[in-house]
Design a protein. Structure first.
Length: 149
């Protein structure tokens, strides 16, 4: 069972089996496309995810190294993310496959922006790109809001 730090109410899992926010299995599945940075975005590393995207995983060398770094990326994401009723993995899958339709925003309860994304193809892709950079924070923030009610 995860324990909570009193100040920020974030979960600090004791081991990989106690995953509350980010799945190691999903991380490895995304790693297959990791030369495009998918796993790094998922684990909350948008800067290196962008670098991986534009350099093909540092010319595949960084991509291969990430295979061995995946458990530590997962642990870092667990510490930095707030668990709650909105599942990070589901939100990421919705963003990845249905982001231009706003499905991930509807899932998080952001109805107005979800409808705007649906009507504007994710604000012509710019909103979807923004969400790739900020989705982990958005889900954690929403989980914190929902815990206080």
């Amino acid at each position: 069972m995860a324990t909570y730090a009193s100040a920020d109410r974030r979960a600090y899992p004791s081991d990989l089996a106690d995953s509350n926010t980010h799945s190691l299995l999903v991380g490895y599945a995304l790693w297959l496309f990791g030369f495009l940075g998918a796993h790094r975005f998922y684990y909350g590393k948008p800067i290196t995810g962008t670098i991986w995207f534009f350099t093909l995983g540092l010319l595949f060398i960084g991509w291969i190294i990430d295979f061995f770094l995946m458990p530590s990326l997962q642990r870092d994401a667990e510490v930095e993310s707030t668990p709650g009723p909105i599942n990070h993995t589901i939100a990421w899958l919705l963003l990845t496959f249905l982001g231009v339709f706003g499905a991930h925003r509807l899932y998080m309860g952001k109805w107005i922006t979800g409808i705007v994304y649906f009507l504007t193809a994710g604000l012509v892709g710019v909103g979807v790109l923004y969400d790739f950079w900020t989705l982990n924070g958005q889900v954690s923030e929403r989980n914190t809001e929902l815990e206080t009610y």
